[in-house]
Design a protein around this ligand. Structure first.
Ligand code: MG
Length: 232
């Protein structure tokens, strides 16, 4: 028996040693401080210009002033660069002067690949259907909780997106996933992503596994600032 235990201990020790030797050293990333992004992030909007974005056709024409970009009825914005799996940080604020209700109050949205929407809405004391409120994976999954701040206050989403992909034989879909923190609170926990949501810019699953990030113009003057992304 003692011999057996010694043998397992030795085998365990050996496998630990092998594992330790096999792991590559993680790259060094300088974390952000305050509103500064981590050192390996792609900065998509730093409050100054929309040079990394385009409109549905032609240039991005949302209003930029005082360190934020504001929806102004000129259409959805798309990043010029395309991304696959990624970590996204984005800050947004719905209008301080409340107008409208339900889906007509502070509506915008973040679409991964131009296809899969995490809803932006003024969901502070504003009833709507659960899978359409702020933080919903629109039409698919309500948020676990409503972590909304009052209208006019800056709010954050930190999102981990894993892209769905076409099946191996070109049929079906290998699902991706979305994990979302709203103002630091977990609201979507690795939910499956299989098909584009309402008002997507494309109806298919991206054949390349990549696509632009899209911000929705839903006709309400929602503001954005400090948008950065880390490809995974
Ligand atoms: Mg929306």
């Amino acid at each position: 028996m003692k011999t057996l235990i010694r043998w397992f201990a030795a085998a365990g020790g050996l496998s630990l040693a092998v594992c330790a030797a096999d792991w590559p050293e993680p790259p060094v990333v300088t974390p952000g401080t305050g509103t500064a992004p981590p050192s390996d992030a792609v900065v998509l909007f730093d409050g100054r210009d929309l040079s990394r974005w385009r409109g549905q056709q032609g240039e991005a024409r949302w209003k930029v002033a005082d360190g934020f970009a504001e929806v102004n009825g000129t259409g959805n914005l798309f990043t010029k660069q395309e991304f696959g799996d990624c970590q996204l940080h984005i800050e947004w604020a719905t209008p301080p002067l409340v107008a409208g209700n339900d889906q007509g109050r502070g509506n915008s949205g973040v679409y991964f690949h131009g296809r899969y929407e995490i809803q932006i809405l003024d969901s502070y004391q504003n009833k709507t259907y659960p899978d359409g409120q702020a933080g919903a994976f629109y039409g698919n999954r309500p948020p676990l909780v409503n972590a909304s701040r009052p209208p006019g206050e800056w709010q954050t989403y930190d999102i981990i997106f894993r892209a769905p992909k076409p099946g191996e034989d070109g049929k079906g879909v290998v699902p991706g996933s979305l994990t979302v923190f709203h103002n630091g609170v977990l609201i979507q926990d690795h939910v499956p992503v299989k098909a584009p949501t309402t008002a997507a810019a494309f109806n298919d699953v991206s054949p390349t596994g990549k696509g632009p990030l899209m911000l929705q113009d839903h006709g309400n003057p929602v503001r954005y600032r400090n948008i950065w992304l880390r490809p995974l």
